[in-house]
Design a protein around this ligand. Structure first.
Ligand code: BGC
Length: 755
């Protein structure tokens, strides 16, 4: 397993490094900021976050209309533990003074450890080698470990290491970029800051959400050193001084435990207790467990590409980062930037259900289930949201949220994206089709499907035998508040039809009684769902043989994307929204995405025509787009094009192609890269009749391989020029479809099929 590396110090890349080399574990995320502090004038966001740990703030409007949300949640920056300052013989180490002779960062994807190595020559010619390692424990999610080692290379002398834990923190903001917070607010009030026998304790309370957070730190120094501690307000300092002989090291290990009151009734007590337990287990224990957990993860999840090392690394990085970003315990999900930065304020969008969820569904079911639990747990909020939006019945999930209420202040590309509700239901349906877990559908899924179906029934209406849904926004945020968005109508159709279906399936097993009673479901209502689904209007343009993105899209003025100067992309930062809405221009895949998710709704020729048409109008200004174009290019047989789009998706963060990775990595795109491999080249679809594969091998590669959990089996699929080999590694014999043909896979036997 390769690691991810970055070589050479470049201050302009520091923000990017902080995101890419962040350390996280689904609960806690710490940006990879310099321990010694960022040099003056260099962009840096020093941050630590807990998934779903938020404060509340007002949304400022010039004109506030009825139903606009008044407040929103924002993930807050926690107390900072990253600081370790260094002096050698009285000279302070900074990256802006002296000479940086060597500078490397490396993230070990098999060990879950990130490392920075610096060889520095001080202004007076003293050379030191610094090795700083970090880990967010995958076993003990509250634990973040840092190990900072300094070695004098050409002298023996005094080395000072100064650790700081600080409660003086704030969130990043930029009033000119809608993708990050617009204003500076103080979210964390420190209630306790003190030195403890082995370290420090900081505790705080959020400003308006009244949540508690505590951070307990222990310092360990491996050799004899003089220790001094002091406090300045909310800043706690611990200084170690030692004489260090040439080529020997002084090493400081910081054990940092964050605990929050959303998970622990007494955050302070939990932080201290977990710290004590962790210290008792020792560093070797956590290093060994980290490797074990990752080895199990890779065994189930790795996608191998033969013949393209760079691409392999990008893919590995994406899957690793997805694991580090995902909530699993039902009160958090996957932020648009994971736990790597403050872009989109830690909010959860449809990114999770459509782009990220499928990866976990096919590889780590417990996480997939946790993500669905989260949606189930905020169902009441979705009901409230529906009422606010004028629907007497049903549940409408908020466009962006942490606790379930709407956090979007710009409804045309926010609350109007009703499709998110269908996306959530799609994830529940896919879960059921992949697992057959009827118990979960009885206890959770059916309620979500019925409540969301009720929403569609109320949001839409029947006219001349067609069920229409007006005034919504589809995935494409450059085309807002339209009638009959093809994608939205397609997910709503599936949602309606499955709400009725799942009740019937449960009925057959005698398992529907509770949900029927709880929701007062009648036969008439189920019939109404079925009828609306059947009559769902799916806009189609006969002349072009394409599905129209919505009722008005094809009549708008076309935009010549080639005539727009390069520096004006992404368009959202340079053009008024109305100007964009007036043109045929797409920020991201919309109808093309519907063709991927619901391929049986359109003829292959229609899908091909749609693809060609929308490709001309799409800027891919959203990171959720190129992966979908890759999947559909593969479906339509253009592997060269699929490869080009796939490369764009896979390298987006590592090459910073959108120029904003410093605000955080793009989790949806990472899930999308996985899908481009498995659903694109591998042709994986989960349908009602079973698991479908249609493996194809691009010219450039010698082969590729992936594993899928389907029903009770773990299936390995290896694709090579000579054909494709399928094998059941765990579980039972299973039937799958390969290129549309039914194939029975027997446990222990390898089955060869054409690629
Ligand atoms: C995209 C949305 C996405 C959001 C968060 C926006 O730029 O247009 O589709 O949900 O980013 O990733």
């Amino acid at each position: 397993m390769k690691s991810i590396t970055s070589t050479g110090y470049n201050p302009a890349r520091l923000g990017w490094e902080e995101s890419v080399f962040h350390t996280a574990n689904g609960y806690l995320g710490v940006r990879g900021s310099p321990e010694e502090g960022a040099p003056e004038g260099v962009f840096s966001v020093r941050g630590a976050y807990i998934n779903g740990f938020y404060d509340i703030k007002d949304i400022q409007y010039g004109e506030k209309l009825y139903g606009f949300p008044e407040t929103q949640q924002t993930t807050i920056n926690l107390m900072d533990v990253q600081t370790v300052r260094l002096w050698v013989e009285g000279e302070r180490f900074t990256l802006s003074e002296g000479e940086v002779l060597k500078y490397d960062r490396e993230l070990f994807l098999d060990r879950g450890v990130s490392e920075k190595r610096v060889l520095w020559r001080s202004p007076q010619g003293r050379e030191v080698f610094i090795r700083a390692r970090r880990m967010a424990s995958l076993e003990q999610k509250e634990l973040f470990l840092m190990k900072y080692a300094v070695m004098p290379m050409n002298f023996s002398g005094e080395v000072v290491l100064e650790s700081e834990e600080s409660g003086e923190v704030s969130n990043f903001f930029n009033p000119n970029d809608p993708r990050v917070a617009a204003e500076a607010l103080k979210h964390l009030h420190i209630t306790r800051a003190e030195h403890t026998p082995g370290g420090t304790l900081l505790a705080g309370r959020t400003d308006r959400s009244s949540l508690e957070i505590a951070c307990a730190v222990a310092h360990q120094v491996e050799s004899a050193a003089e220790k001094e501690t002091w406090q300045a307000g909310e800043r706690l300092f611990t200084r170690f001084k030692a004489h260090v002989p040439q080529e020997e090291s002084l090493t400081l290990t910081k054990w940092c435990v964050y605990a929050d009151s959303r998970r622990h009734p007494d955050a302070q007590d939990a932080a201290q207790r977990i710290l004590e337990d962790s210290l008792a287990k020792g560093l070797q224990h956590f290093l060994a467990r980290q490797t074990q957990i990752l080895s199990a993860f890779w065994a189930a999840s790795r996608v191998e590409v033969e013949g393209d090392k760079a691409l392999q690394s990008s893919l590995d990085y994406s899957l690793y980062t997805l694991l580090c970003s995902a909530g699993w315990e039902g009160i958090s999900s996957v932020g648009a930037k994971g736990l790597s930065g403050e872009g989109y304020e830690g909010h959860y969008f449809w990114d999770t259900e459509i782009y990220v969820f499928p990866f976990f569904l096919m590889t780590s079911r417990n996480i997939a289930k946790g993500l669905l639990e989260y949606r189930y747990n905020i169902l009441d909020k979705a009901r409230e949201h529906a009422r606010l939006m004028g629907h007497p019945k049903g549940a409408l999930y908020a466009w962006r949220t942490i606790t379930g209420s709407e956090c979007s202040g710009y409804y045309p590309s926010g609350s109007a994206q009703y499709h998110l509700t269908g996306d959530v239901s799609h994830a529940f349906i896919q879960y059921y089709l992949a697992t057959g877990d009827l118990t979960f559908m009885r206890d959770r899924g059916a309620e979500v499907l019925v409540e969301t179906a009720r929403l569609w029934l109320d949001a839409g209406h029947e006219e001349k035998g067609q069920f229409r849904i007006d005034a919504v926004t589809g995935p494409d945020e450059y085309t807002c508040v339209v009638n009959n968005n093809f994608y939205t109508n397609a997910v709503a159709r599936e949602n309606l039809s499955w709400a009725a279906k799942i009740i019937k399936i449960l009925d057959k097993q005698g398992m529907a009684e509770d949900v029927r009673k709880k929701l007062n479901i009648t036969k008439e209502e189920l019939r109404a769902f079925e009828k609306a689904a059947k009559r769902m209007y799916l806009p189609y343009d006969k002349e072009r043989d394409i599905h129209a993105q919505d009722d008005s899209f094809l009549r708008k003025q076309r935009l010549d994307l080639k005539a727009i100067p390069k520096e004006n992309f992404p368009l959202l930062l340079h053009y008024h929204p109305l100007w964009l809405y007036r043109h045929q221009v797409c920020k991201q895949a919309d109808t093309v995405l519907a063709h991927y998710l619901f391929e049986d709704l359109a003829e292959p020729s229609t899908m091909a025509n749609s693809y060609a048409y929308y490709e001309q109008c799409t800027t891919h200004d959203s990171s959720l787009s190129t992966c979908v174009f890759s999947i559909m290019a593969a479906k339509l047989g253009d592997l060269g094009k699929a490869m080009d789009y796939f490369n764009r998706s896979a390298t987006l963060d590592l090459d910073d192609t959108h120029g904003n990775t410093r605000d955080g990595i793009h989790t949806a795109n990472m899930g999308g890269s996985y899908l481009a491999m498995v659903a694109g080249f591998g042709g994986m679809r989960i349908k009602e009749d079973g698991l479908h594969l249609s493996p194809q091998l691009p010219e450039k590669w010698e082969g590729y391989a992936f594993r899928l959990r389907y029903q009770d089996s773990l299936i390995a699929c290896r694709v090579r020029r000579k054909g494709c080999v399928l094998e059941v590694l765990e579980g039972k014999d299973v039937k799958v479809y390969v290129h549309g043909q039914k194939v029975k896979l027997k446990k222990g036997e390898r089955t060869k099929v054409d690629a």
